[in-house]
Design a protein around this ligand. Structure first.
Ligand SMILES: [Zn+2]
Ligand SMILES: [Zn+2]
Ligand SMILES: [Zn+2]
Length: 355
């Protein structure tokens, strides 16, 4: 009846647990573009079998996906928050990547993890409508899952992302964030890692710290500067109203920061809440992605990305609003185009009455 398709590594043991709503997209594989070196998931998608008007993530659901972990309620009714197996995972946990050649090409199995982080048991409360205590608890869950998955040496990168709104390809009505662990480092992060390593080799400084210092000095693209975290519109924003959240103090790892500096968690939670409120006032859809250090258990002498990574990389959250009416398909433009400068965007964001 159940498909045994989800395994969790715990204390060195592989534990296979039933996953009632697990429909892996069987025929998928990862292919590497030999020129750009990007990994692409290729395959025929399997239709997800969900019933209309039925939410798998609401409490009491008869066929909820397998729960991986739950952080129980804390104060003021915050929580619980849960990590669940994605009902139609892009990556599956079992097996080995079996990276192999196909002539000059590279391919491997879609081994990894694909989880859904249920931010709230309430179906109608999104992250920016939640209390700071609830957001803090969600951040702790995310940090815990990332750290746990990084214990698996097959995985080179773990990240979380949220697609909100139809234009962003939102998958579920319930307020969730997704988390993936992959056997490769995604392209955009790889660009950042290479660039920050090169900058560090030349200057022995972190490019993100330098950027932050210059932005704080110029003060034209800063949206909010708190004691420990800053939100800003990047100098070369890719889309109108792009906004980032960064810690002021140098730290390569989000999960390490969250697990060790619990005192600043409420400040970060409040900043995320206000930032998303700002984003929602200019757009109905957005992509939010966490960029954190790759799995440093995988330090590679050949690729060298990880040698100075704790010094040269700096975790951050990127939020890209989608302005549907102005969106131009990437293949038509090849170069990002935004019709609003980051300075004007930051000014508009600052003027919003948000508490
Ligand atoms: Zn729900
Ligand atoms: Zn830094
Ligand atoms: Zn980034």
């Amino acid at each position: 009846m159940y498909r045994q398709c989800w395994m969790i590594r715990q204390a060195g043991f592989l534990l296979t647990i039933p996953a009632p709503l697990c429909f892996p997209r069987d025929s998928m594989e990862l292919r590497k573009d030999p020129i750009t070196r990007s990994w692409v998931i290729v395959g025929d998608d399997v239709e997800r079998q969900t019933q209309p008007g039925f939410c798998p993530f609401c409490p009491g659901s008869q066929s909820a996906p397998q729960v991986i972990t739950t952080l129980s309620s804390v104060d003021h009714g915050a929580g619980p928050v849960m990590a669940m197996v994605h009902p139609a995972p892009l990556y599956r946990i079992e097996g080995e990547p079996h990276r192999h050649a196909e002539g000059i090409y590279d391919a491997m199995n879609t081994v990894g993890a694909h989880e859904v982080l249920v931010q709230s048991i309430r179906h109608d409360i999104e992250l920016w409508q939640s209390s700071d205590a609830e957001i803090s608890q969600f951040l702790q869950l995310a940090a815990q899952r990332i750290q746990d998955l990084k214990g698996d040496l097959r995985f080179k990168y773990v990240t979380m992302f949220k697609n909100y709104g139809a234009a962003a390809g939102q998958e579920f009505d319930h307020p969730v964030t997704e988390l993936t662990a992959t056997t490769f480092v995604p392209r955009r992060v790889l660009y950042e890692l290479r660039a920050s390593r090169d900058y560090y080799l030349e200057k022995e400084r972190c490019v993100f710290c330098d950027t932050l210092l210059q932005e704080l000095k110029a003060n034209s693209r800063i949206v909010e500067a708190q004691a420990n975290y800053v939100s800003l519109c990047p100098y070369a924003s890719r889309v109108p109203y792009e906004i980032w959240i960064m810690p002021r103090k140098h730290e390569s790892s989000f999960e390490r920061a969250i697990m060790s500096r619990l005192g600043h968690l409420n400040e970060l939670a409040a900043l995320i809440r206000r930032t998303l409120q700002r984003v929602m006032s200019v757009s109905e859809s957005f992509h939010m992605v966490l960029h954190t250090v790759p799995n440093t258990y995988q330090k590679s002498n050949i690729l060298q990305y990880w040698k100075t990574v704790d010094e040269d990389y700096h975790w951050h959250i990127e939020i890209l609003p989608i302005m549907a009416q102005k969106a131009k398909p990437y293949f038509l433009k090849e170069v990002y185009y935004t019709h609003i400068s980051s300075e004007a965007a930051a000014e508009k964001y600052r003027k919003l009455a948000i508490r």
